[in-house]
Every structure is written in structure tokens, then in C-alpha cells.
Design a protein around this ligand. Structure first.
Ligand code: XIL
Length: 462
């Protein structure tokens, strides 16, 4: 068969692809052109012959899906697909008249693959027919991002969010000062706007946060007379019940308690602790479970990305105690706000996550951002930032209990940090940064179907 005449990948509309005889030099522009234009969906490979292909998987990572059918040989044969680096895949193409499928992850970039078909010795003359194309990788670790209701009138903001993330966390809209600004008066509007956006685009919602010592309404933080234990416990339970019931079935996971422990490993002396005592944590989880038995309940905190600090040990002991007492807790969120110098390395993240996982809990990175230093070389800072996200992604994939990485915002123009610290995955013009490419290369993309559906809904929703 002549080079470039028939290729399956050409029909799939790849950016660049050529079919070359084995041993031929790199694809010329002309060959690539020929291959792209050829409207043929399959090619045939005689036994013992090798063919090379150049493929370019979808950005930023993809997998090759080849389907093979042996024709004319009774016992079938074996097809091997060999990428330039990495393991060779061998598929038995043995069942007559049935397409066999092989899936092979491919990193970003151009790859030359070698395909070889081996038919059984002495059998009748036969061939293999192949079809295939690269597809986006399915995601193993989900990606989430914090989002702001006051930005969702910007189409670029929405498009970037819904195309690249599987879930969103309202950045402030579910905090008590906005949900219950006056006693007994709930305002769900800004939170609802985000929940609706998520649902329209089939994204999950992490609820953040039911009980937090900061961003409280004044009537809680500065009461006219000091709270009694009983009164504040009733306020807390009522808030949790009302909010969790309101979003029941639409918010799949709650940060029930946020930031309970300080740097020395003691309880933060917030209003809840001062009036109720340490048992406020336990009461909060019980109330949340009662209000929605199906939601996952998390304790969320920072500086637990290592195992050794006093704080991290204290959070661990708190969680273990809750577990032993039968408090309904499902997981621990590690915020992972960090920077290009001190970012937690893969090993320490894995160790910390595993420690919680051994208690039977799930873990997530829930608020990740990585400050760069605006005074240092920009390209170098962006590279380091990408390394920090890679460490997180590799750690999460290494721990079965870790299901998601959420970043605290996604574009550098809407971060809670200074914009010049550029802590996020997209720049202020919504262009992907190396950090996004690093993260997405490891976790894959949302599935192709959802990808395109979401793109449509984002614009249709406008
Ligand atoms: C931050 C928000 O991003 C800001 O917009 C707000 O002004 C202050 O709170 N840890 C948390 C988050 O758990 O709730 C905080 O969010 C960031 C630190």
C-alpha cells in the first residue's frame, strides 16, 4: 500500500498526521497534506508489515482509540502499537468479524506510532483492517474551581469555567454573612445563580461553608449580649438545616466546618468555639447529615498538606476523634493555598492524604492557588507554578481516596490574591497558562461529549 493513501486518522480530522512506510524519514508537508485530504476511513495492513503514523492527540492530552478487524485469517492475529516512548501495546485481533478496541493514553504533542500486524505462521493470507482516532482523555481526578456570581455575566468567564471544570465552589455566596445577613432572613439569590449555572452545565457544586469563624453576619459576630451556649447552638443548627435543605440534591458536598484549628494546633477561638466549646464541630456535622443524608460532609482546613506540623497533627487527631465517636464525616479538604517556593511536594501531600484515607475518609484539594513572585523572572515563576500543580495532580492520582482538585478561582484577574501574583490556571485574558497544561495533562479533560455539550449550554444560557 502506498504511503499516505489510506489512513483512519485522516478521516478523524486530525491536525497533522501521515502514514509512512516503516523506516521512512519524517513526514513531509506534502505527505501530511495528502493524508489529511484522503477521505478514507480505514486501511489494511498485511502480516509482517509495519506502518508508522504521526498523530497529534487533542490538547492537552488524549488517547488513541484503534479498532481492528482481522480479515481472511481464521485464527486472527496480533496487532502491536508501539509509541516512541512507553510500553508497546499488543492486541489480539482474534474474533473473526468483530472489531477489537485498544485504548492508549498519549501525552500532548506529536507522536510517531508504529503499527505491526502479525498473522499466524502458515495460515491463509490475511490482513487487518484498522479504524481509529485520538480522543480526549477521560478524567480520573475531577477538577473544580471557585466561582463568583458577580462575574457570570461575562461570557468569557463562564465559557472558561464550564469548559474546563467538572464542579464549582461558590467563593463567598454560601457563607453565612451572605446567606443569613439578618437573623432568620435568608438570601439565596447569589448562591442560586451559581447553582443554576452549574446545573445547566452538568457540573457538581461544593457547598462552602456552613460553619466558619470568618465572614459572619454582624448579628452573630457582635451580639448585643454575649451568646449563651444554648442560643448559639440553636442558631448554628437552624442555619445548617435551612441551607442544606434548600440545596438538597443540588449541592453534593459541604464544607461543614471550615478552619477549626490554628497554627499551634489549638481550636481557633471563634464565636462558635467561645460559646459552644469544641463540640460545635460535632454538632455541625450531625445537623448537616440530618438535613441531607446524601450529601458528602467535609472538614476543610489549610496547612494540612504536610503530616508534621502541629496544626496538621491536630487536624488529624480531631478527625480521628470524630470518626471514633461516630460523627458523620466523609472527607477532609486540604485547601493548599501556596506559592512557588514553599509548595507542598508530591510526597508530603501523598503522606497527608493517606493518613486521612486510612481512617476511611475521602480527601480533596479544595482551594488550591500558587502565588508567583512578581519580582522574579516571569517565565521561571510560571514553570515553578506548573510544577506545584503537577505535584498536586500526581499526589491526587496516587491516592485512591483523592477524587478532586479545586482551585480557588481560575483566572488571574479574579483571584482573592493580588492579580500581580498570578496564582491561577488562566491568565487575565483567559488564556491557558503552563499551570493549566500541567494539571490537565495529568487529569485529562472532561469527556468529549460533555465538553461540547457544555460549550453549547454556556452560550445558550446567555
Ligand atoms: C476568601 C474569598 O476568596 C475572598 O473573596 C473573601 O474576601 C475572603 O475569603 N480560605 C477559605 C475561603 O476557606 O473561604 C477564603 O475565601 C480563602 C481562604
Amino acid at each position: 500500500m502506498r504511503a499516505g493513501k489510506r489512513t483512519w486518522a485522516a478521516a478523524a480530522g486530525l491536525a497533522a498526521l501521515a502514514a509512512l512506510p516503516a523506516g521512512a524519514g519524517p513526514a513531509t508537508a506534502e505527505r501530511v497534506q495528502t493524508a489529511q485530504e484522503a477521505p478514507v476511513q480505514r486501511f489494511q495492513l498485511a502480516p509482517g508489515r509495519t506502518r508508522s503514523f504521526l498523530v497529534r492527540p487533542p490538547r492537552p492530552a488524549g488517547r488513541l482509540e484503534v479498532r481492528a478487524l482481522a480479515v481472511g485469517c481464521r485464527g486472527g492475529g496480533r496487532l502491536s502499537v508501539r509509541p516512541p516512548r512507553g510500553a508497546r501495546r499488543v492486541i489480539n485481533v482474534s474474533v473473526p468479524r468483530r472489531w477489537t478496541r485498544v485504548l492508549m493514553p498519549l501525552p500532548e504533542g506529536r507522536h510517531r506510532l508504529r503499527l505491526r500486524f502479525v498473522a499466524p505462521r502458515g495460515g491463509p493470507r490475511c490482513k487487518v483492517v484498522l479504524r481509529g482516532r485520538p480522543r480526549p482523555l477521560g478524567r480520573s481526578v475531577k477538577l473544580g474551581a471557585a466561582a463568583r456570581s458577580d462575574r457570570i455575566s461575562d461570557p468569557r468567564y463562564v465559557r472558561t469555567l464550564v469548559r474546563n471544570f467538572d464542579s464549582l465552589t461558590p467563593e463567598n455566596e454560601m457563607k453565612m454573612f451572605l446567606l443569613q445577613p439578618r437573623r432568620g432572613r435568608f438570601d439565596f439569590k447569589p448562591a442560586e445563580a451559581l447553582v443554576r449555572l452549574a446545573r445547566r452545565n452538568r457540573m457538581a457544586v461544593r457547598g462552602h461553608t456552613l460553619v466558619y469563624g470568618s465572614q459572619l453576619p454582624e448579628w452573630v459576630e457582635y451580639p448585643r449580649k454575649p451568646w449563651t451556649r444554648k442560643a448559639l447552638l440553636a442558631v448554628m443548627r437552624r442555619h445548617i438545616t435551612k441551607v442544606v435543605r434548600h440545596f438538597r440534591g443540588r449541592v453534593s458536598q459541604w464544607d461543614v466546618v471550615n478552619e477549626a484549628i490554628d497554627g499551634d494546633g489549638r481550636y481557633i477561638r471563634n464565636v462558635w468555639f467561645r460559646a459552644i466549646g469544641p463540640s460545635y464541630v460535632e454538632h455541625a456535622f450531625r445537623a448537616a447529615r440530618k438535613a441531607d443524608p446524601d450529601a458528602d460532609l467535609f472538614l476543610n482546613d489549610n496547612s494540612t498538606e504536610t503530616t508534621e506540623s502541629p496544626k496538621s497533627r491536630a487536624v488529624y487527631r480531631l478527625v480521628r476523634r470524630l470518626e471514633h465517636r461516630g460523627v458523620p464525616i466523609d472527607g477532609v479538604g486540604l485547601q493548599n493555598h501556596t506559592d512557588t517556593e514553599a509548595y507542598p511536594r508530591r510526597r508530603s501531600l501523598v503522606a497527608s492524604m493517606n493518613r486521612f484515607a486510612r481512617l476511611g475518609l475521602r480527601v480533596e484539594l479544595t482551594e488550591m492557588d500558587v502565588l508567583t513572585n512578581p519580582r522574579l523572572d516571569r517565565a521561571g515563576q510560571l514553570r515553578k507554578q506548573a510544577l506545584a500543580f503537577t505535584a498536586a495532580e500526581q499526589a491526587c492520582r496516587a491516592v485512591a481516596a483523592c477524587g478532586r482538585i479545586t482551585t480557588w478561582g481560575f483566572t488571574d484577574n479574579t483571584t482573592w490574591r493580588r492579580p500581580k501574583d498570578r496564582p491561577l490556571l488562566f491568565d487575565r485574558h483567559y488564556r491557558e497558562k503552563p499551570s493549566f497544561q500541567a494539571l490537565a495533562r495529568g487529569v485529562g479533560l472532561p469527556s468529549a461529549a460533555r465538553h461540547s455539550r457544555r460549550a453549547t449550554r454556556a452560550s445558550a444560557g446567555r
